[in-house]
Design a protein around this ligand. Structure first.
Ligand code: GUN
Length: 376
């Protein structure tokens, strides 16, 4: 993997860069649609490519390991081949999903024991196994196995937790560096900064993560319920420590406003279920603010979702029709709403990049933050 920087915004810490992987280039800042179980829910791979031009998608180790399982993925020749996607993929390590999804879990130095949310079966993820699984899935960018602390989290727990996450990281690196990719193309491992909302712990963790000298770095443990201002304070401290010449990935963030504010602090990569999950409940993100398409207000609105959008579905779908589809629980409602939201998120980061390159990001960001807070 390679990373190059094309521009720095003069009035903020925003940057425009390019990540080069074996499956192609990603211009940053970038948003990565979440494709948990080998599908970005309700969107076909052809639409991801041709309608919204997604450059990279995310998969989850936890889900893919449980279903379809490693045997099938290996026989398929890896996740790219299995799902028919030839652009970059990033997989999360399971270091978040085991905490948020599995029923019983025990965290020990060795790793995390958990029960599958599907059939209750018992499994153990260790840092080494999380690397082996991600070798078998075959993503371009794989994530270290970490503990994502909850919010709130007391200081003593958070301090112990980063120590364990750092020990786990050493084990991840050791395993990753002594194993080979399975499908003939390079993979890279990103470590994850933790430390809850404590400045000194974030500094300690960021310094340790930077010292590991990997090709890119991630920030975890945020957007877990803390106020946005605390998130920004942590991102700022961490971005100032993580090396400028490597991409910075903020995990699981966030709203369009969160994304713009974090770009301004020096973050390059984002993922979040919000545009996909909220679409299925009728929440639409637009250039003028947030719409709930289920509202009665749209019942007789026969104007297109967005006449100026270059997304075909935005031009030909009326608000009244999408409201009807979502109300009726029609699958097409979820498909159109999801495509719309992902198109919006990808437009937002692309526009941010253009503004950074033009040296106009800061004022544009402040203007957009005001507009995007609107509830229409
Ligand atoms: N996704 C969102 N936050 C996190 C985190 O802290 N760790 C991991 N592994 N994934 C995440």
């Amino acid at each position: 993997m390679k990373f190059s920087l094309q521009a720095n915004d003069p009035l903020s810490k925003a940057r425009a860069g390019t990540v080069t992987t074996a499956h192609g280039e990603i211009q940053t800042p970038i948003f990565m649609p979440v494709g948990t179980a080998g599908t970005v829910k309700a969107v076909h791979q052809r639409e991801l490519k041709e309608d919204i031009d997604a450059k990279i998608i995310l998969g989850n180790t936890y889900h893919l390991y449980l279903r379809p399982g490693l045997d099938i993925l290996e026989k398929a020749g890896g996740l790219h081949k299995f799902i028919g996607w030839d652009r970059p993929i990033l997989t999360d390590s399971g270091g978040y999903q085991v905490y948020s999804l599995s029923k019983v879990r025990k965290i020990k130095e060795e790793g995390v024991t958990f029960h599958s949310h599907i059939d209750g079966s018992k499994h153990l993820f260790t840092p080494e196994y999380a690397m082996d699984i991600q070798r078998t899935i075959g993503a371009d960018i794989i994530m270290a196995f970490d503990e994502c602390t909850p919010y709130p989290c007391d200081y003593t727990y958070a301090a112990q937790s980063i120590k364990m996450t750092h020990r786990w990281l050493k084990r991840c690196c050791e395993r990753f560096d002594t194993t080979e990719p399975k499908y003939g193309f390079d993979q890279t491992l990103f470590p994850i900064v933790q430390g809850s909302v404590y400045k000194d712990l974030r500094i300690k963790s960021a310094e340790f993560i930077a010292s590991m000298g990997r090709e890119g770095n991630a920030i975890g443990g945020l957007s877990v319920g803390e106020p946005a201002e605390e998130m920004y304070a942590m991102t700022e401290i961490v971005c100032d420590i993580l090396p400028a010449e490597k991409p910075r990935y903020l995990m699981g963030v966030g709203t369009p406003i969160n994304i713009l504010e974090n770009i301004a602090l020096g973050v390059d990569m984002f993922d979040c279920v919000m545009p996909t999950r909220n679409a299925r409940n009728g929440m639409l993100f637009t250039r003028n603010g947030i719409i709930n398409i289920r509202n009665k207000k749209w019942e007789n609105d026969f104007s297109p979702l967005d006449a100026e959008s270059d997304l075909h579905a935005d031009q030909v779908t009326t608000k009244a029709y999408l409201r009807h589809l979502v109300h009726s629980n029609e699958m097409l409602g979820a498909q159109i709403a999801t495509l719309h939201n992902l198109h919006f998120y990808l437009w937002l980061v692309k526009e941010a990049r253009e503004k950074i390159i033009a040296g106009e990001f800061y004022d544009w960001k402040n203007k957009m933050v005001k507009i995007l807070g609107n509830k229409l």
